[in-house]
Design a protein around this ligand. Structure first.
Ligand code: SF4
Length: 334
């Protein structure tokens, strides 16, 4: 059966142009999100994950940001070809984004129910009273008593505020939810609660979700597929099983090796050596070549092609060829 995509990004390129340099934030990015599924977009800070999310909502700040090429199909329509009015219509209704820090997402001078009802009234023909009623229902749904809707953001804890942000994002039941590190600013115990709640809401509404994170634990918990992003580009993509049990890219391997081993606490963490390349001066070939233990001259000069291990799993790395992509022995023997 042909797969149906809620979001399909192809060959996206986003740059930030300043007087002295051009920052290549997103480079030939491909990303596909199946309807009703959750995709983990994983990578270090500065990999271009947030810019990708902003591009989907048509919110890349211009200037200095410019979407240079590519397409972003949301429910079959290209977001990059929409005018401002069309973009306003889809935000909140077809696609919503939850940002990392709830403090900056909420308006301090409006009650939380006013903020939720504002989104509801933008997209539905309801009067103020009906919208407020629905806003209180949304609060209940994210575990906050409805009567607290008349309070202001500063009266809520960090975890509660993030729940309010999630209620706003889900108020109009968007087809696609982009969650940008939604639990990073929260305590560990609250993180687990918020994640659990997001998982339940995703199931309830059959929302398709992009979970932007650097935490592979969150991916394992909530996602169906994973795209590993490095220097603005997806270097490996697959299902959870492909990525966790059949890792192929040296960078993905590095991400796993830098995680603490809960069974053997005496083991030292192995962080990936070095830093991500300067995005205004990316290497000609593979962007990971300055940190990769397997880098060759070819890696420095030539962009690695894409090799498919199966229908769901690909990697872009010179270590492989069409024939030996199945084996992956090189990484296992390290
Ligand atoms: Fe390492 Fe070369 Fe593969 Fe890049 S292409 S990840 S430098 S082996």
């Amino acid at each position: 059966m042909e797969k149906e995509y809620a979001l399909n990004i192809e060959d996206l390129k986003v740059v930030y142009k300043t007087q002295h340099s051009v920052v290549h934030a997103v480079n030939s990015l491909d990303l596909k999100l199946e309807k009703g599924k959750a995709l983990g977009l994983v990578g270090e800070t500065g990999a271009g994950k947030t810019t990708t999310g902003l591009a989907v909502l048509g919110l890349v700040p211009n200037p200095p940001g410019i979407v240079e090429r590519g397409s972003i199909f949301l429910n079959g329509r290209d977001v990059l070809k929409m005018n401002k009015k069309e973009l306003r219509k889809i935000r909140g209704k077809e696609v919503s984004m939850i940002f990392q820090d709830p403090m900056t997402s909420l308006n301090p001078v409006l009650t939380v129910e006013e903020q939720i009802s504002e989104v509801i009234r933008t997209h539905n023909k309801v009067n103020r009273k009906e919208a407020l009623e629905k806003a209180r229902q949304m609060l209940e749904m994210v575990g906050i008593p409805g009567e607290r809707g008349s309070e202001y953001p500063h009266q809520f804890s960090g975890g509660m505020k993030q729940r309010v942000v999630i209620a706003i994002a889900l108020a109009c039941q968007p087809d696609v939810l982009i969650a940008d590190e939604p639990t990073t600013a929260l305590d560990v115990t609250i993180q687990a609660q918020v994640l659990e709640m997001m998982k339940a809401l995703k199931e309830k509404y059959n929302t398709s979700m992009v979970m932007i994170t650097h935490d592979l634990g969150i991916v394992a918990e909530i996602c169906d597929e994973v795209s590993v992003m490095y220097a603005g580009h997806v270097v490996e993509h697959g299902t959870l099983e492909d990525i966790f049990d059949n890792t192929r890219h040296p960078y993905t391997r590095g991400l796993f090796d830098s995680l603490p081993n809960m069974e053997d606490r005496s083991q030292r963490l192995k962080p990936i050596k070095g830093l991500m390349p300067d995005p205004s001066n990316l290497p000609e070939g593979c962007a990971f070549c300055t940190r990769c233990a397997y880098a060759t001259e070819q890696c420095e000069k030539v962009k690695p092609p894409r090799f498919w291990r199966n229908d769901t799993h690909y990697v872009e790395c010179h270590l492989y060829s069409e024939n030996d992509i199945q084996k992956g022995e090189v990484l296992k023997n390290e």
